[in-house]
Design a protein. Structure first.
Length: 274
């Protein structure tokens, strides 16, 4: 990373931290100017993130998504993009705040993630591979949204049950709205993940010399994630899990996603990150 890009990244992290602080203050004091300041700071962070990606493309002559560090960064960029989308379209303040916290966590994790590439990558690099990785991270972002709304659903459910609901929580969406967002997030994420897996397997078998084991940690982990979310959506459609149980299953499922994202890639024998 060049010195310019390193300084740019530090500026992004600082501005992101300040914007989250403004969102936090706005949550308690509900000042329009504070909320607008937080939103515009996040917007500036998004612009800088995008500029960072463009600079990386110019430096590496490829889309920066092939190492663990690059993958985490792209994931954080998607979360910021989704938070801006929700702010402008859905007008959901607290979900935006929590999504940005999640994005900030991954922005800081990225500082400690290795940026080296697997040697196998040189035999696999193709447009299909870039689409495979991009779609995989995009599906993870969709599952992240379902996770955030699941956590907020559990919080609101607990407040209502204990009769502790106050004006402090008035900016939370209703339980039905959050259940709808949870459902939509999975429905969007699932087909994207299926496409990613199909393209990934096709890239591996066409580009990698030698046999690819279906018992590779990353392949197994990805299919486990897929099966879990398919099971969740099927159980939801049949009315077997609803409301509280629907939210809890998505919280647990997201932890499986994180395990596959980090540990699965670390244990994989041929995948792109190590």
């Amino acid at each position: 990373m060049t010195e310019v890009m390193s300084n740019l990244y530090q500026i992004m992290v600082i501005l992101y931290a300040i914007s989250i602080m403004f969102y936090f203050v706005d949550y308690f004091y509900k000042k329009e100017i504070i909320r607008r300041t937080a939103f515009w700071l996040v917007s500036i962070v998004w612009i800088l993130q995008t500029a960072f990606i463009v600079l990386s493309v110019l430096e590496t002559k490829r889309f920066p998504i092939l190492s663990l560090s690059e993958g985490i960064y792209f994931y954080a960029w998607l979360l910021v993009t989704l938070s801006i989308f929700l702010h402008c379209i859905a007008r959901t303040d607290l979900p935006v705040f929590f999504i940005n916290i999640l994005g900030f966590i991954f922005m800081t994790i990225r500082l400690f993630a290795p940026n080296n590439l697997n040697p196998v990558l040189k035999t696999m690099e193709s447009e299909m591979l870039f689409i495979h990785i991009g779609f995989a991270i995009l599906s993870y972002a969709a599952f992240s949204i379902s996770f955030v709304f699941s956590v907020l659903y559990l919080i609101l459910y607990h407040l209502l049950k204990k009769k502790k609901y106050t004006k402090l929580w008035s900016r939370l969406p209703s339980l039905s709205q959050m259940a709808t967002w949870m459902n939509y997030s999975i429905i969007i994420g699932l087909p994207i993940m299926v496409i990613s897996l199909l393209l990934g397997l096709e890239s591996a078998f066409m580009k990698v010399e030698g046999a690819i084991s279906f018992f590779d940690a990353k392949i197994i982990g990805s299919f486990i994630v897929l099966v879990i979310y398919v099971a969740i959506i099927m159980l939801k459609q049949r009315g077997i899990i609803t409301g509280l149980s629907f939210a809890w299953t998505q919280v647990y499922a997201y932890f499986v996603v994180l395990i596959n994202f980090f540990l699965g890639s670390k244990l994989s024998q041929f995948h792109i990150w190590y």
